[in-house]
Design a protein around this ligand. Structure first.
Ligand SMILES: C[S@@+](CC[C@H](N)C(=O)[O-])C[C@H]1O[C@@H](n2cnc3c(N)ncnc32)[C@H](O)[C@@H]1O
Length: 288
């Protein structure tokens, strides 16, 4: 497996890439004055990666429990649907970026085994946060997938996947990760670079609820219930305030679809699909 040679995939052997925040303008040049948003706050670009890393380090051990509590378990249905929509081919190689505790990787491998009866397909998880990735590694510890070198892990930044070869993966996924990145457009351009011709980009992310009544109810849940759950379950109200705010800062469905097209992807025949009234959306594009 070419990626297995290129990555250090064994449990406990993270490759530590890009551990330091930096500030770059959209053309990649250094720009130390640039600012960005961190939830509803404005912060120097150079600080955002470190702040985001702090959020996920703080919640890593309670992340899965909190996901169930916040969404009443619905995130599982969204992720199941995401994999069914992906419908990966037998033998497909998936790069799961911002992979966190491994929900997408696990579903992908389950799908390959149960639907495709495939023992060749593989997934490589990348995440900027070693604490989140460690939770993911623990999930797969002792699994046949790890023994068969069908799962790998690298600490790295979605915006700079320079440790991944061009044209090397069949599918790229990013679930609930891209809104935390400083430059979503750079993330999508990197996805385009690392996908093989014919490869598919797939993103699952919180989006915009368009019905005003439902949007008001959703706001109440987001700004009133979720931070309190964060405090009660994860002992961290501020991180969950950030997570809710970051959802409101992420571009709405059509705007994000345009970012995907601007990176070079074709969205004809796929585009995006709203789930649960637009609470989340699946965006997708092909590299042709
Ligand atoms: C909400 S979690 C999602 C985890 C998993 N994909 C899931 O669906 O459960 C977001 C993840 O994005 C990661 N992340 C944030 N910024 C990142 C970046 N610039 N590059 C790679 N991963 C990043 C975080 O460390 C965290 O693990």
């Amino acid at each position: 497996m070419p990626w297995a040679r290129r990555f250090s995939c064994r449990s406990g052997q993270h490759q530590h890439q890009h551990q330091h925040a930096d500030a770059q303008s959209s053309n990649g040049a250094s720009n130390t004055d640039a600012t960005t948003h961190f939830g509803f706050k404005t912060v120097p670009e150079a600080a955002k990666e470190t702040l985001v890393r702090g959020v996920f380090s703080s919640v890593a051990s309670r992340y899965d429990v909190m996901n169930d509590a916040m969404s009443l378990g619905i995130h599982r249905l969204w992720k199941d649907h995401f994999i069914r929509t992906m419908a990966p081919a037998p033998g497909a190689r998936l790069l799961d970026v911002a992979g966190g505790t491994g929900d997408i990787a696990q579903r992908f491998l389950d799908y390959q085994d149960t639907v495709n009866g495939d023992s060749q397909a593989s997934v490589h998880m990348v995440d900027i946060n070693p604490d989140m990735l460690r939770e993911g590694e623990q999930r797969f510890a002792g699994s046949r997938w790890l023994q068969q070198e069908r799962i790998g892990f690298t600490v790295g930044n979605a915006e700079r996947l320079d440790f991944v070869e061009d044209n090397s993966f069949d599918v790229y996924s990013i679930a609930f990760g891209i809104r935390n990145c400083t430059h979503p457009d750079r993330v999508v351009r990197e996805a385009f670079r690392v996908l093989k011709p014919g490869g598919r980009f797939m993103c699952l992310e919180f989006s915009r609820v368009t019905n005003p009544l439902l949007a008001a109810a959703y706001d109440l849940h987001s700004f009133y219930v979720i931070p309190r759950l964060g405090e009660a379950i994860a002992g961290d109200r501020a991180s969950y305030e950030y997570l809710v705010e970051s959802i409101r800062r992420f571009p709405p469905q059509d705007e994000f679809a345009q970012i995907i097209r601007d990176a070079g992807f074709t969205t004809i025949g796929c585009g995006y699909e709203n789930l649960t009234f637009g609470t989340v959306a699946i965006h997708s594009g092909y590299k042709f």
